[in-house]
Design a protein around this ligand. Structure first.
Ligand code: GNR
Ligand code: NI
Length: 169
C-alpha cells in the first residue's frame, strides 16, 4: 500500500540539495513514485518532486486532471527551451512554501524528455499547465525554489513567517 510522506517546508536546507540521476529502474523506484502520488493527492497538489519528500533522486509525479485520476510519473526529466518562445506569467503555488503564491515568468515552449518507470525514453512538446509545472518540478530537483524568483526582501519575509509557523513541530 502507498503511504503518505512528510513534505519538507522552506527554509529547510534539504530543499537545496541537487538530486542525482535515476539509474536503477526497480520496485523501490516504483514504490517511491506511488508514495509520492499518495502524498501529492493528500495535499491537493498538482505535482511533487522527490526532493520535497527528502529523496534526492530525479523523480517527479504529477496529475493535472480535474478528476485527479491521471497520475503521471517523470524519471530524469529534462527540457530544452524552444527558439522563438515567449515568457509566460503564471501564479504558482508550492507545497513546500504553504500559503504563498507568486507570479513567475517562464518560457512557454519547451521540448521535454524523460523516462518512465521501465527506463524507456519519451519526449513531448507540451502545451499549457504541463509546461509550467514541469519547470517548477525540475527546479526542485536542482535545489531551486519559487522564492528564488522574488526579491531578497520578500524571500526573507516568507522565510520568517514559515519559520514561526512551523517551528512548533
Ligand atoms: O500544487 C501545486 N500547484 C502549482 C500551481 C502552479 C504552478 C506550479 C504548481 S506545483 C504545486 C505543487 C508543488 O509544490 N510542486 O513542487
Ligand atoms: Ni513546489
Amino acid at each position: 500500500m502507498a503511504k503518505k510522506l512528510k513534505i519538507l517546508i522552506f527554509p529547510d536546507p534539504r530543499l537545496r540539495k541537487v538530486a542525482e540521476n535515476v539509474t536503477k529502474f526497480d520496485k523501490c523506484l516504483e514504490n517511491l513514485a506511488h508514495d509520492m502520488l499518495e502524498t501529492m493527492y493528500d495535499a491537493n497538489g498538482i505535482g511533487l518532486a522527490a526532493t520535497q519528500v527528502d529523496q534526492h533522486i530525479r523523480l517527479v509525479v504529477m496529475d493535472l486532471s480535474e478528476e485527479r485520476n491521471e497520475p503521471r510519473i517523470f524519471v530524469n526529466p529534462m527540457y530544452e527551451v524552444i527558439k522563438g518562445h515567449n515568457m509566460f506569467e503564471f501564479e504558482e503555488g508550492c507545497l513546500s512554501i504553504p500559503g504563498f503564491n507568486e507570479v513567475i515568468a517562464r518560457p512557454d515552449k519547451i521540448k521535454l524528455i524523460w523516462q518512465n518507470l521501465k527506463g524507456e525514453t519519451l519526449h513531448d512538446t507540451p502545451e499549457g499547465m504541463l509546461t509550467v509545472c514541469i519547470q517548477h518540478e525540475i527546479d526542485h530537483l536542482d535545489g531551486k525554489l519559487m522564492v528564488d524568483y522574488v526579491s531578497a526582501l520578500k524571500r526573507d519575509r516568507i522565510k520568517s513567517k514559515l519559520l514561526k509557523e512551523f517551528k512548533r513541530f
